[in-house]
Design a protein around this ligand. Structure first.
Ligand code: UDP
Ligand code: UDP
Length: 466
């Protein structure tokens, strides 16, 4: 059955995610929420995807929901035509650019040809300005899925009004929200001539022209931020910021039988005893840093599950390759980790791991999806933010008391964080009882927001009443 209003009109939503697992995953989770509420979904995705993980995830989604109208569009990049088979050879920013070009060229025709007519269109905040004129010319309600925290949204929405020489200040003061230390803002957003900064200014100056922003957060996690934005304190005339979180991990995300492997190991570990270390889909540490992390976890004396991704290199056929675990860690370290740890050098099903009762803490890069997944499972976080929005996300966790982060570890590659530092930090973190209590409370609130009649459903009903 498909959701329809009192006049029998079927609700139909089209969605356009951006590249990267951190963008695709929340889109598919939101799509699942719509589908579970009998809303028809059209999903528009670039082909080839940025990474093989994305295309695998998409095909599992398609098998689970054959009723979804899935439309692929070719990414006509100079790079992809040069090496059509080399899946991951298209650099990230090129890919984003290609999606924007596609939007400008083909989206208008595509959206207007969909049947039944769309109730609204949801797209990624990475393509804000490129899509606005299209939805406006079609008089189509436009909603943006902002794939980060409300905290980062506040900075984003205010960005075009900030002074240009930000780096001379110590903090950014925005009305209604806690001051943001300049050191927590990505250098990419501060550098005078950065492309990022230019796009942020351009996009944020358009913000009041949208019908609303969807966000993967919930009241108990970011009450103050949601309140400040929606009361117009951050920016007058702001469209509604609609919390649809926490986005819930879905069945189709599990890959074959592979995802069970770490869970089998966890089954043999005592309750709450293991720290899980994983740094998202794009963080690629150098080998020296990976060795310090493994060494630090051994030193902490705590049981651990570590997932490593190193810098890939190109082979003679122009394909990206990875080294084996022994090569990265060295045989001695491989030997030392065996006692208390499991190290994996592959994609793992993170949500499954976080839901295992043996997990007692999460050493995380603070990608927003990872934070919300930890909240959903009541797992305290030790943040080690690497880039982008991650320091601001780490602050959200610290402010609500279910984790902490070390402000001196720098952005990715800025300095080598030693095994000693990591070991000491993890030992103290895993013994902090207050984090555990607060994390359990966040979990209860997260589940409540997603329950029948909870905040997410209330938000959905308000949306369609409009
Ligand atoms: N993820 C996963 N296995 C991995 C690495 C990442 O399942 O080995 C998932 C993780 O659960 C999350 C997403 O990929 O849903 C990463 O998004 P996040 O916003 O945390 O970080 P990003 O990868 O965008 O930096
Ligand atoms: N990047 C990011 N978020 C993402 C994906 C990539 O911040 O979701 C970063 C990426 O890790 C790198 C930069 O953007 O530091 C530029 O990426 P590049 O064009 O080199 O793409 P790659 O082929 O390395 O993924």
């Amino acid at each position: 059955m498909t959701m329809s209003d009192d006049n029998g009109v079927v609700h139909h939503v089209a969605m356009l995610p951006s590249a990267g697992m951190g963008h695709l995953t929340p889109f598919l989770r939101l799509a699942t929420f719509f589908l579970n509420h009998n809303i028809k979904v059209t999903l528009i995705t670039p082909h080839p995807t940025h990474t093989p993980s994305e295309s695998q995830l998409l095909s599992r989604f398609q098998s689970s929901f054959p009723q979804v109208n899935q439309i692929n569009f070719n990414v006509e990049s100079s790079l992809s035509t040069q090496s059509p088979n080399s899946h991951i050879a298209i650099p990230y920013f090129q890919m984003i650019d290609d999606i924007r070009t596609f939007a400008a060229k083909a989206l208008s025709h595509l959206l207007s040809s969909l049947s039944p007519p769309l109730s609204f269109f949801v797209f990624d905040y990475f393509m804000l300005s490129s899509v606005l004129s299209i939805t406006q010319s079609l008089s189509l309600p436009n909603y943006v899925l902002f794939t980060s925290s409300a905290s980062f949204f506040a900075l984003f929405s205010y960005f075009s009004t900030l002074p240009s020489s930000l780096s001379e200040h110590e903090t950014v003061e925005i009305q209604g929200i806690p001051p943001i230390p300049i050191s927590s803002i990505s250098p990419y957003l501060l550098a005078p001539n950065s492309i990022f900064k230019k796009v942020f200014i351009e996009d944020s100056s358009q913000i009041t022209k949208f019908d609303g922003f969807f966000i993967n957060t919930f009241e108990a996690l970011e009450h103050q931020l949601l309140e400040a934005v929606n009361a117009g304190k951050v920016l007058p005339g702001m469209p509604p910021l609609l919390p649809f979180g926490p986005f819930v991990p879905c069945e189709f995300e599990k890959e074959g039988d592979q995802w069970r492997k770490p869970l089998k190991w966890l089954d043999d570990q005592p309750r709450g005893s293991v720290v899980f270390a994983n740094f998202g889909s794009t963080t690629e540490f150098g080998w020296d840093q990976i060795r310090e992390i493994a060494d630090g976890l051994v030193r902490s004396g705590i049981r651990f599950l570590l997932v490593v991704k190193d810098k890939k290199y190109f082979n003679e056929d122009d394909k990206k390759e990875e080294a084996g675990l022994e090569e990265v860690l060295g045989y001695e370290l491989v030997d030392r980790v065996r006692d208390k740890g499991l190290v994996m050098k592959e994609w793992v099903y993170q949500s499954g791991i976080l839901s295992h009762e043996a997990i007692g803490g999460f050493l995380s890069h603070c990608g927003w999806n990872s934070i919300v997944e930890a909240a959903w499972n009541g797992v305290p976080i030790f943040g080690w933010p690497q880039r982008g929005d991650q320091k601001m996300n780490a602050e959200v966790v610290e402010r609500s008391g279910w984790g902490t982060w070390n402000k001196n570890w720098g952005w990715i590659g800025e300095r080598l964080v030693t095994g000693e530092e990591i070991g000491d930090a993890i030992k103290v973190f895993m013994n902090n009882e207050s984090f555990k209590i607060k994390a359990s409370k966040i979990k209860v609130a997260a589940r409540k927001a997603r329950s029948v009649g909870g905040d997410c459903e209330v938000t959905l009903h308000k949306l369609f009443q409009k």
